[in-house]
Design a protein around this ligand. Structure first.
Ligand code: CMP
Length: 139
């Protein structure tokens, strides 16, 4: 089905000027960028966004990293966009990511892994609503 998913180009990638290269990978995979903005997350926004990981040992490091430099938040649209984008990103740890994926090509480590994508359609809707008003998404 036609879906929308939420994507973040993370600080390790914006810092290395890789926004366009990652967007090219997204578009080559057949996903459309139907909303996009470059922002600096507040600590409160990052803690809310990663709330499910609050008890994990890497939570503090994750939040510090995500607010360290600008990120690009996006809405991607396409057939089975949620699963498709997870394929395009590759495994969370770039050491395990398949050839041609964003994380294989660009990620530095499991933390500095260049991209985030929603893990379910339900979370996609929640995550999109945290960053975009309805009229900012133009399909
Ligand atoms: P993301 O899809 O943004 O959602 C949770 C993030 O936690 C994940 O990508 C990783 O970047 C990050 N993460 C997972 N495991 C670790 C770890 N061991 N150390 C630091 N960050 C991690």
């Amino acid at each position: 089905a036609l879906e929308r998913t939420f994507s973040i180009i993370k600080p390790d990638a914006t810092r290395r000027n890789l926004t366009g290269a990652i967007n090219a990978t997204i578009e080559k995979a057949g996903l459309r960028i139907v909303a996009q903005k470059r922002i600096l997350l507040t600590r409160a926004q990052a803690e809310t966004f990663y709330g499910v990981h609050k008890e994990r040992p890497f939570f503090g490091e994750l939040v510090d990293f995500m607010i360290s430099e600008p990120i690009v938040v996006q809405v991607l649209e396409g057939e089975d966009a949620v699963a498709k984008y997870r394929e395009v990103m590759g495994a969370t740890n770039p050491a395990n990511a398949a050839e041609g994926t964003i994380r294989k090509e660009f990620a530095l480590s499991v933390g500095e892994n260049s991209a985030h994508g929603s893990d379910s359609l339900e979370n996609a809707q929640i995550e999109i609503a945290q960053f975009f008003a309805g009229n900012e998404i133009v399909g």
